[in-house]
Design a protein around this ligand. Structure first.
Ligand SMILES: Cc1ncc(C[n+]2csc(CCOP(=O)(O)OP(=O)(O)O)c2C)c(N)n1
Length: 381
C-alpha cells in the first residue's frame, strides 16, 4: 500500500465514481484553515527562521558556544507537521528540529503557561547551557524532553526514538486514547536498524506513530543515494504495508495536508505511516561543517536546493488566495537571504520580541554549580 498522492488520488488510484469525485473536488485539510490560521502559520515559520538566524548571529558575536545544527529551509516541515496536532499528542524532535520544542502546541497561545510545549526561553537556556535549561546544562542542544509536555527526549543514536514512540503509542492503545506520536528523522536515520524495527512493531500493532522523514538530501557528507536504494525514502513503507507519503517540504500546506491525513488515520486506529518531506540542507551538517559542505556539494546544487524558500512559497499561496495583499507580503522578507544579511526589520516585531526575551533570559541565567555535573546522572534514592 504505497500511497504517494493519497490526499488527492492519482490517475491510477481513480477506480470508482467516488475516487473521481474526490479527484475533481479534493477536500484538503487546508480548506478548514481560517485566515487567522494562515497568518499564525506564517508567523510560526518566521519564528522558526528568526530563532535560527539569531543563534547564528549570537555565535558570530562570540556570545554563544557549541555547534549549531541549522533548520533553515526546513521550517515548513516543522510548522506543517505540528500545526494540526492536539495538545495531548506527543512528538520526538532530533538535532535539526530545535524550533519544534517551542512550536509544539503554539496554537494554544505563545505565552500560555498551560501550553504543552517548551517556552522559547527554556530552549534558549538549553542552547546557552545554563542552569535554568531543561537539560540542566549537561548539553547545549536537543537532548531534552518532557513527559508532561509530551516530548520524547532525543538521544544521539539516530532513529532510536522510533521504538520509544512505539512504546508511547502502545500505551495510548492500551488506554483507548486516540493520541498520536510524531517522530522526526533525517533520511540518513532511515538506514538504521531502529528505524526498521520500530516501523515493524508499529505496523504489526497498528500503533499511532507517524514517522516524518526530513529528506534534506545529505546525512553529514553522505548523499541520499548512498543511504537509500529506493527512488523515494517513503518507498520503505512498502515493507511494512503502511502508507508512505511524499510531501513537498518547502510547501507548508502540502506538509499540513499529508500530516493531517496520517493523523486522522492513526486516530482511528488504522496504524502508522511515513511522510517523506523533500527539502534541502541549506548549510553544513553543523556550523563546523559549513565550509566543507561548500566543497562536497556543488555550487549549482546548493543554489538549486535553496531556491524555493518555504517563506516565499507560502507567501505566493497567501497572495494568490487573497489572504495577504502584495504589499503585506513584502512587508517582512527574510526569504532567500543568508543569516548574516537579514536584520530584525525583516521579521514581524512580535517574532523578534519573543526571541529577544528568550535570549535575554538565557544570558541572564546562571551557569550551573560544579556539583550539578553529578546530579541526575544515575537514579537517585
Ligand atoms: C547511530 C548514529 N550514527 C551516526 C551518528 C552521527 N551523526 C549525527 S547526525 C548524522 C547525520 C544525520 O543525517 P540525517 O539523519 O539525514 O539528518 P540531517 O542531519 O541531515 O538532518 C550523523 C551521521 C549518530 N548520531 N548516530
Amino acid at each position: 500500500m504505497n500511497q504517494k498522492s493519497t490526499v488527492i488520488p492519482s490517475e491510477e488510484e481513480v477506480k470508482t465514481e467516488e475516487d473521481k469525485e474526490r479527484k475533481a473536488k479534493p477536500i484538503l485539510p487546508r480548506n478548514s484553515l481560517t485566515r487567522e490560521d494562515h497568518l499564525e502559520i506564517l508567523r510560526q515559520i518566521y519564528l522558526a527562521r528568526y530563532f535560527d538566524v539569531r543563534l547564528i548571529k549570537e555565535k558570530r558575536r562570540g556570545r554563544l558556544r557549541g555547534t549549531l545544527y541549522s533548520s533553515q529551509n526546513q521550517e515548513a516541515i516543522l510548522v506543517g507537521t505540528l500545526y494540526g496536532l492536539r495538545s495531548d499528542d506527543w512528538i520526538s524532535p532530533v538535532h535539526r528540529d530545535m524550533p519544534a520544542f517551542f512550536l509544539k502546541d503554539m496554537r494554544s497561545g505563545w505565552d500560555n503557561p498551560e501550553r504543552k510545549g517548551m517556552s522559547i526561553a527554556q530552549v534558549c537556556a538549553q542552547v546557552w547551557g545554563k542552569a535554568t535549561a531543561p537539560g540542566r546544562a549537561k548539553d547545549n542542544w536537543s537532548h531534552i524532553g518532557s513527559v508532561p509536555l509530551g516530548i520524547i527526549p532525543s538521544t544521539s543514536m539516530l532513529a532510536s526514538t522510533i521504538p520509544v514512540a512505539c512504546g508511547v503509542a502502545y500505551d495510548f492503545k492500551l488506554r483507548n486514547h486516540d493520541g498520536v506520536v510524531l517522530t522526526y528523522n533525517g533520511e540518513g536515520s532511515t538506514a538504521r536498524g531502529d528505524f526498521h524495527e520500530g516501523l515493524n512493531l508499529a505496523a504489526i500493532h497498528d500503533l499511532a506513530v507517524i514517522v516524518v522523514v526530513e529528506n534534506n538530501q545529505w546525512a553529514y557528507g553522505t548523499p541520499v543515494e548512498l543511504e537509500c536504494p529506493t527512488e523515494d525514502v517513503a518507498d520503505r513503507a512498502r515493507g511494512y504495508n503502511i502508507p508512505g507519503l511524499v510531501a513537498d517540504g518547502q510547501d507548508v500546506l502540502d506538509v499540513y495536508d499529508k500530516t493531517m491525513w496520517c493523523v486522522e488515520r492513526a486516530r482511528k486506529g488504522l496504524g502508522p505511516s511515513i511522510i517523506e518531506c523533500k527539502t534541502y540542507r541549506a548549510f553544513g551538517h553543523g556550523d563546523h561543517d559549513d565550509q566543507r559542505a561548500d566543497r562536497y556539494r556543488s555550487k549549482e546544487e546548493i543554489e538549486r536546493g535553496r531556491r524555493r524558500d518555504p517563506i516565499a512559497v507560502y507567501k505566493t499561496y497567501l497572495v494568490e488566495n487573497g489572504i495577504l495583499s502584495e504589499e503585506e507580503a513584502k512587508r517582512y522578507s527574510p526569504e532567500g537571504k543568508h543569516a548574516i544579511q537579514v536584520t530584525d526589520e525583516d521579521f514581524p516585531p512580535e517574532v523578534v520580541e519573543a526571541v529577544r526575551k528568550g535570549v535575554e533570559f538565557a544570558i541572564a541565567s546562571p551557569l550551573p554549580e560544579p556539583e550539578e555535573a553529578f546530579k541526575h546522572v544515575f537514579v537517585e534514592e
